[in-house]
Design a protein around this ligand. Structure first.
Ligand code: ZN
Length: 276
């Protein structure tokens, strides 16, 4: 079993997760874990296992019980709502600021969405039962879960408004920026198919929109499975939702997460700075 956040490994067990393998990494990249005082973090670390996930790995399927709980240290996970007619659309995106299935503390319940890795990453994983036990013991853990829940709710509200009110190019720019916040470079590992699912439009619409973004200089290049972005130009095309949402969430995290990790920064600070 694990001896802390750094040194554990095992396969994830029952749920089919063929793209997930064990991994080793030293730092605590997850913002919620980094905000916990050592004693509270110590309630979790003996039970953690570290995993890595590849793009398209399904971490939770719609209808599955929310178990285990993932604390991503890197990467990006999209929450997809599957419609009866086979269409699917993203509701939220999560990276190291979140905890997948942390709402299992509310009691056993099936997931209403499918969580798919969009960008490869690593996560610390704990069983829902162990996490609930630690949550019951620690006010600090309850606080990070509450802050995270409010951030997810805020993102859901903005995405709902954005889908109803804003144009496809602005929405696609917003998703690309959200992905960019969770990768270390300007080359995003995302296919047009994945973009179609994120934005909730047909592939042909993605092709047309990408063409517009290329003409505007916001997408300098695109090759199979990778999109290079020019962040400053993309920020000018994105609807207001992106900056508004990130600013509110950053403020919430900075003000309400106790004992922030000194090396931690709210998302990516350059998200708020045009860099043309
Ligand atoms: Zn919008």
């Amino acid at each position: 079993m694990a001896n802390g956040i750094d040194g554990y490994s095992r396969s994830l067990g029952a749920r089919p997760q063929t793209n997930i393998v064990t991994a080793q990494r030293k730092e605590i990249g997850n913002r919620l874990l980094a905000a916990l005082p050592p004693a509270d973090l110590g309630l979790l670390t003996p039970h953690f296992q570290k995993v890595s996930f590849e793009p398209d790995a399904v971490l939770v399927r719609s209808g599955d019980e929310l178990d285990p709980v993932y604390f991503p240290h890197s990467g990006a996970i999209a929450f997809m709502l599957d419609m009866p007619d086979g269409q699917t659309v993203a509701t939220t995106l999560m990276g190291r600021e979140g905890a997948l299935a942390s709402f299992s503390v509310l009691g056993p319940s099936p997931s209403s969405v499918t969580a798919i890795a969009r960008v490869a990453g690593t996560a610390s994983v704990i069983s829902a039962a162990k996490f609930r036990a630690a949550h019951a013991q620690s006010a600090a853990i309850r606080n990070v879960v509450q802050v995270h829940a409010r951030a997810v709710l805020l993102q859901l509200q903005h995405v709902a408004a954005c889908n109803a009110l804003h144009r496809v190019d602005g929405r696609m720019a917003r998703w690309l920026l959200q992905l960019h916040d969770r990768v270390p470079e300007d080359l995003l590992p995302v296919t047009q198919e994945a973009l179609a699912q994120l934005v909730g439009v047909r592939r042909t619409t993605v092709t047309l929109t990408m063409s517009k973004l290329r003409e505007a200089g916001a997408i300098p290049s695109e090759r199979r499975g990778f999109v290079e972005i020019h962040r400053g130009r993309l920020e000018r095309i994105a609807c207001d939702c992106y900056a508004l949402m990130q600013r509110k969430i950053d403020r919430m995290y900075c003000q309400e997460l106790a004992a922030p990790h000194p090396a931690d920064r709210p998302f990516r600070e350059r998200a708020m700075v045009a860099s043309d």
